[in-house]
Design a protein around this ligand. Structure first.
Ligand SMILES: Cc1ncc(COP(=O)(O)O)c(C=O)c1O
Length: 392
C-alpha cells in the first residue's frame, strides 16, 4: 500500500519529525540550488512548512555542500584526520589557548561533540549528584532536565519572571550548594536574552557564594541576538574554572543534520566531563563541513541578516494580530496564541504548518514558532491569522 509523504508524517506524528529521510539528498540539494528561489524548494518537502525545530530553512552554504561532495571518496575508508584541525580552528577562533604540547593540535579547552546536546548531558553527569542538584530556568531547554531524570538526579527549576526573562536572582540563590547551573542565553523557548553584564554579575555572585558549583552557559542562539548588550560569556569561561559555554553548528551554521557542537572551558573542567561521559566522535565529513563554515564569515553574516528580516516580519505580523510576543533574540518567536499551545499546534498542522512542541509555561498559552524563509513565513502567517481568528 502506498503512503503519501504527508500521511507518512501524520503517521509518525510530530515527535517523529527528524525528517532527514524525507529531505533532499546531497546531490538533489546541489541540483536544486540553481533554482533556490523557486517557491517549492523546501528543505522538508513533505507538504509542510516546518517551523518546529529552530533549524535553518536555508541549509548549509554551497561551499559546505561542495566540500562534502569532494570528501565522498575512497578516503572515507580512513579514520578522520581533520577533527584535530577543527578543534584547533575553533580554539583559534574563540581565542582559547591551544595546548601546543599535544602534537596533533589538540586544544584542551575545547571539547567537540556530536551536537551540543551531548555536552549538556556530559555536564549533568560530571557535576550533578544526588546531593548537588541541577538549577535551571523554567521554561528553558530541557535536555539537562531529561538527563537528570534518566539518572535519577535532583533538579531545582526556577520560573522565569513575568517578562519571560530568566530569574537570575532566584537562580543565584538556588545555586548555593548546587552541582550545576544551566543558563540558556538567549533562552529557548522564550527567545529573550540577558546582557553580558548581567551574566557576569550572576557568575561572580555564584562563584563567590558557592565556589564548587559549575555554571554552563548555553549559547546555541547567541549569534542571532540583535541587542548589542547580549554577547558571549566566552571570556568568563576562559578565565574561570567554574564556567563553560556551549555552542552548536546546528543553528547559525545551518548544519543540524551533521551533528557538531562543542564546549569551551578550563581544561580541568572539561576533563571532568571527559572522564564521566563518552562524547560521540565527529566524523570526517562533519568536520570538513564545519571547517568550511567556520571560516565563511560572509555566509554567517548573511544567515544573520536573513534571520533578522524574517524575524522582524514575523514579530510585526503577530503584533498586528494583537498577540503578545517576546522580543526574540533568536531564530524563533515565543508568542501568546491565547489558547492551549496544543490546540494551536493541531490547528496549524491541519493547515500544513508545523510549529514547536508544547513547553510547560506559567500561562500555558504560548507557542514557539521557528523562523522559516520569508516566503514560508508569509504563507505561515496567513495560516496563523486563520487559526487565531477562529474561536479558541
Ligand atoms: C538551547 C539549545 N541548546 C542545545 C541544543 C542542542 O543542539 P545540538 O545538539 O543540535 O547541537 C538545542 C537544540 O535545539 C538548543 O535549543
Amino acid at each position: 500500500m502506498s503512503i503519501s509523504r504527508r500521511n507518512f508524517v501524520r503517521a509518525i506524528g510530530l515527535s517523529g519529525l527528524g525528517l532527514s529521510s524525507v529531505g533532499p539528498s546531497l546531490t538533489a540539494a546541489n541540483n536544486e540550488s540553481a533554482s533556490a528561489a523557486q517557491p517549492t524548494n523546501r528543505l522538508y518537502d513533505a507538504g509542510f512548512i516546518n517551523l518546529s525545530s529552530n533549524t535553518s530553512p536555508r541549509g548549509p552554504s554551497e561551499a559546505v555542500l561542495n566540500v562534502l561532495n569532494e570528501r565522498i571518496t575512497k578516503g572515507l575508508g580512513r579514520y578522520p584526520e581533520n577533527v584535530g584541525v577543527l578543534t584547533e580552528a575553533i580554539a583559534a577562533r574563540e581565542e582559547a589557548q591551544v595546548n601546543s604540547t599535544f602534537h596533533c593540535c589538540f586544544s584542551d579547552q575545547v571539547l567537540l561533540s556530536t551536537g551540543s546536546g551531548e555536552v549538556l548531558v556530559g555536564a549533568v553527569r560530571a557535576f550533578v549528584t544526588p546531593s548537588r542538584p541541577l538549577v535551571i530556568g523554567h521554561p528553558s531547554y530541557e535536555t539537562p532536565i531529561r538527563a537528570c531524570e534518566a539518572l535519577d538526579l535532583p533538579v531545582k527549576t526556577i520560573a522565569v519572571n513575568d517578562t519571560w526573562q530568566l530569574n537570575l536572582d532566584e537562580m543565584a540563590e538556588a545555586a548555593q550548594g548546587a552541582g550545576l547551573v544551566y543558563l540558556c542565553n538567549p533562552n529557548n523557548p522564550t527567545g529573550v536574552g540577558h546582557s553580558r553584564r548581567a551574566i557576569r554579575e550572576f557568575v561572580e555572585w555564584v562563584v563567590e557564594a558557592s565556589p564548587d558549583t559549575a555554571i554552563l552557559i548555553d549559547e546555541a542562539y547567541i549569534e542571532f541576538a540583535k541587542d548589542p548588550a547580549i554577547a558571549t560569556a566566552l571570556p568568563l569561561a576562559l578565565a574561570n574554572p567554574n564556567v563553560m559555554i556551549t555552542r552548536t553548528f546546528s543553528k547559525i551554521h545551518a548544519m543540524a543534520g551533521l551533528r557538531i557542537g562543542y564546549a569551551i572551558g578550563h581544561a580541568d573542567t572539561l576533563e571532568r566531563m571527559r572522564t564521566v561521559a563518552r562524547f560521540g566522535s565527529v566524523n570526517v565529513l562533519s568536520a570538513a563541513a564545519a571547517l568550511v563554515s567556520l571560516q565563511d564569515s560572509d555566509r554567517i553574516e548573511w544567515e544573520i541578516s536573513e534571520n533578522h528580516k524574517v524575524r522582524e516580519f514575523t514579530l510585526s505580523a503577530f503584533r498586528e494580530m494583537g498577540c503578545r510576543i517576546t522580543d526574540s533574540q533568536t531564530n524563533f518567536v515565543w508568542v501568546d496564541v491565547n489558547r492551549s499551545p496544543e490546540a494551536f499546534r493541531e490547528a496549524c498542522f491541519s493547515l500544513d504548518v508545523l510549529v514547536g512542541r508544547d513547553f510547560p509555561s506559567p500561562s500555558n498559552t504560548y507557542s514557539r514558532i521557528s523562523l522559516g524563509t520569508m516566503e514560508e513565513m508569509r504563507e505561515a502567517v496567513a495560516v496563523f491569522k486563520k487559526v487565531l481568528s477562529s474561536t479558541a
